[in-house]
Design a protein around this ligand. Structure first.
Ligand code: G4P
Length: 530
């Protein structure tokens, strides 16, 4: 298996996270300039197309100017093979984002220098924290007036509870932005406002001992401030410690401007040096190490209708160990069957390329005839283990959903079930009412619109959604509980999920406790399992 080592060790797989508009897309585009993009899946919003993704898979994205789906990009740079997992910024799609983070080995957090830590960053960061993966911070838009640098760092430390270590330091901001100071090499790199879309060019490097050169480049005032700030920083900031970075306890911080392409290559080079090779993953058979194990992968995302020309469903998997070779037989553990992955592919924005091979760290998309669910494991036929599940988040909004044309019952049920398998919504059936009503639960209300839109456009079924007041969901985990005999409260509803697991919905949080008190032996859990 030693021959995998080289390919695996040159892989770097990371997620890029930010609050909407901080500049994630612009930064990603600039990364791609430094290497040939060899794989694009989903969306990169091009500058020319303003707010639109290259591959908006749904009109809804265009209408609302948001990126609904996560996408995957692969490119080569300096001998590295880099996989970027883009995450949708809109809070309503947080669940998809959480899953995407599960597939990454580190995260790059983009922060708008004039805004600091924003709501969405905070949320995403929590998930990174849960996994203990390394986090790298790029403070963007230094070409605009920025908050005080120390305040920005303080904000990250306080809001996110992680120590910061600036790798470079900005000299001014906005119209007065003069460049950055490289703390390791002790030199100033002057700001050059290169044209959009070009590589970094005309920056100059001036050694910190070259007083004359510095005075000429950044002026007396800026130099005085820089000297003071560096002195303060050297005394106060955490020392760089790669182990702390790898454990997600310390975030290296970089300053730059993605739009004008300043500081991007500096970031990329330092990042690649500091981030990790594909990480080992936990399974029920112990820790699986990427280079010391044959092929294995897990499904972290299922997406339908990615490309209107191909009406299909694609399961995205993260390869966790070994090498995937075309037409190889693999075992789908949860489905308990051996199969060949149907046309594993790299998916370009407008074209698809069948893959011959892929390695641990890579993300592949395979056609899914409806067999995969989020969290499923694939491994070699002779083996059987399961990767740790991806947590599902408890839905907080519920609605009863009905098709308007009763003749379309079949398409309606098929559509709702397929969309639920993709993990975009959760569906529940009322227990024992005989009415065959479907209740939909979502984490963010925008998903209701997505459901309506997709049923109309993909399944030709119009629906009516009737909001329900439930906010609290509990799966029944005690195995000997008879659903019929549960003594409930007036605000409680008994339902079953897609996999026929029984659960209870409540309007009031205190009813949960009351029901537990009234039913001896009953145990409830807030999170479902994939
Ligand atoms: P996102 O993916 O995180 O949502 O952000 P995106 O890259 O789309 O950037 C959001 C806006 O911020 C864009 O402007 C973009 O041009 C701008 N921007 C990104 N990086 C920088 C930077 O370093 N400096 C400055 N000054 N602006 C930056 P927009 O007006 O919303 O879009 P557009 O009309 O320019 O496309």
């Amino acid at each position: 298996m030693g021959n995998y080592d080289k390919e695996i060790n040159r892989r770097r797989t990371f997620a890029i996270i930010s609050h909407p508009d901080a500049g994630k897309t612009t930064l990603t585009e600039k990364f791609l300039l430094y290497g040939g993009a060899i794989n694009l899946a989903g969306s990169v919003k091009g500058k020319a197309t303003a707010r639109h993704a290259v591959s908006d898979w749904m009109e809804i994205e265009k209408e609302r100017g948001i990126s609904v789906t996560s996408s995957v990009l692969q490119f080569e740079y300096d001998g590295f093979c880099i996989n970027i997992l883009d995450t949708p910024g809109h809070q309503d799609f947080s669940e998809d984002t959480y899953r995407t983070l599960m597939a990454a080995d580190s995260a790059v957090m983009v922060i708008d220098a004039s805004k600091g830590v924003e709501a969405q960053t905070r949320k995403l960061f929590k998930v990174c924290g849960m996994r203990g993966i390394p986090i790298f911070t790029f403070i963007n838009k230094m070409d605009r007036d920025a908050n005080d640098t120390f305040e920005l760092l303080d904000d990250i430390e306080k809001e996110l509870g992680i120590e910061t270590c600036p790798i470079n330091w900005p000299i001014g901001s906005g119209k007065g932005f003069k460049g950055v100071y490289d703390r390791k090499r002790k030199c100033v790199i002057t700001y050059s406002d290169t044209e959009k879309g070009t590589k970094e060019g005309a920056s100059k490097e001036i050694d910190s001992n070259d007083k004359e050169g510095l005075l000429e480049a950044i002026g007396e005032d800026a130099l005085g401030t820089l000297n003071d700030e560096i002195e303060l920083l050297d005394g106060a900031a955490a020392d760089f410690d790669i182990d702390q970075v790898r454990n997600g306890k310390l975030t290296p911080v970089f300053f730059g401007s993605a739009l004008t392409n300043f500081g991007v290559q500096f970031f990329l080079e330092h990042f690649l040096e500091m981030t990790t090779t594909p990480l080992s993953r936990k399974s029920d058979a112990g820790v699986i190490s990427p280079a010391e194990h044959d092929f294995s992968a897990f499904v972290f995302k299922i997406q339908a209708n990615m490309n209107k020309a191909h009406r299909d469903r694609v399961a995205f998997m993260r390869i966790c160990s070994g090498k995937y070779e075309a037409s190889m037989e693999v075992k789908h553990v949860q489905g308990n069957r051996v199969m060949r992955l149907s046309q594993p592919q790299q998916i370009m924005a407008d074209e698809r390329k069948i893959l011959d091979e892929a390695y641990a760290g890579d993300i592949i998309g395979v056609f899914d005839p409806g067999v995969f669910s989020i969290g499923d494991t694939l491994c070699m036929p002779k083996e059987e283990f399961r990767y740790e599940g991806i947590p599902t988040f408890a839905p907080e909004h519920f609605a009863r959903v009905r098709q308007i044309d009763t003749m379309k019952r079949k398409q309606f049920v098929k559509g709702v079930e397929q969309i639920a398998q993709e993990g975009a919504i959760q569906i529940f059936r009322e227990f024992n009412t005989g009415m065959e009503e479907i209740i939909v639960g979502v984490v963010g209300v925008l998903q209701f619109d997505v459901l309506k839109y997709r049923l109309e456009n993909e399944y030709n079924v119009e629906i009516k959604l009737e909001p329900l007041p439930y906010e609290h969901i509990r799966w029944i985990t005690s195995t000997d509980t008879d659903l019929d005999s549960i003594v409930g409260t007036s605000d409680m509803k008994k339902v079953t999920d897609l996999k026929d697991h029984p659960l209870l919905l409540f309007v009031n949080p205190w009813s949960v406790k009351m029901v537990l008190d009234r039913n001896e032996g009953l145990t409830l859990e807030e999170f479902g399992r994939n």
